[in-house]
Design a protein around this ligand. Structure first.
Ligand SMILES: [Fe+2]
Length: 208
């Protein structure tokens, strides 16, 4: 019996045989929304919101990955605390990514998902593959946060205009507040304060 005949016999007679390698057309193209959903939000509203939420999703996924890159590649005397802080922020961004993507889906849209599509869509500048100094890492992360914060505030206001109160609440309460808090934690690392000897003490010692 040939291999082909063997295969045919197996798939016909063994009910538990998994069916591998299947393909079919997409069930919903990217950039569309389901026509009718019992949400009280018209199709054009959901189209605009899902498009903007997908932009926010691409930027948030990029910031999430920038945090992991920073977590792995950080160097210097603050290695340990920043290694931990970057991972904490990464995990919080992971939560936001999931919530934004699921908001797109519940509005009837299709969430952007894969790395090449994210790279084409994000507004956050691409960092080099290599390692960078801590102040540069922090500056990059803060710039990325700023992109997200500005677009989140704008989108939250637009959601109110369109009557999408659920998106407004989510954008302000979760996305905006999380990003604002993370900006504070990063920014405090860029304040130049003495580590060992206070500035006034050292100048007084110099004058004596
Ligand atoms: Fe790790």
């Amino acid at each position: 019996m040939s291999g082909k005949q063997n295969h045919e016999r197996d798939t016909k007679n063994v009910g538990a045989q998994p069916h591998f390698g299947q393909t079919a057309p997409e069930i919903q193209p990217y950039g569309t929304v389901s026509h009718l959903l019992p949400l009280g939000l018209e199709e054009p509203v959901r189209l605009e919101m899902t498009e903007q939420l997908n932009q926010l999703l691409a930027d948030t996924m990029t910031l999430r990955d920038l945090y992991k890159k920073s977590h792995w590649q950080v160097a210097g005397p603050t290695f340990y605390q920043l290694h931990l802080l970057f991972d904490k922020h990464y995990n919080e961004q992971v939560e936001l990514v999931d919530a934004i993507a699921e908001r797109v889906q519940l509005l009837g849209g299709v969430s952007i998902a894969m790395a090449p599509d994210i790279a084409e869509t994000t507004r956050i500048a691409r960092p080099p593959r290599g390692r960078e100094e801590v102040p540069v890492q922090l500056s990059r992360l803060l710039d990325a946060h700023q992109v997200i914060i500005l677009e989140t505030r704008k989108l939250a206001r637009r959601a109110i205009e369109l009557g999408d109160d659920g998106s407004n609440d989510f954008l302000v309460s979760e996305v905006l507040r999380t990003n604002e808090l993370q900006v504070w934690f990063l920014s405090e690392h860029l304040v130049k304060v003495p580590l060992v000897e206070a500035r006034e003490t050292s100048s007084a010692a110099g004058a004596a």
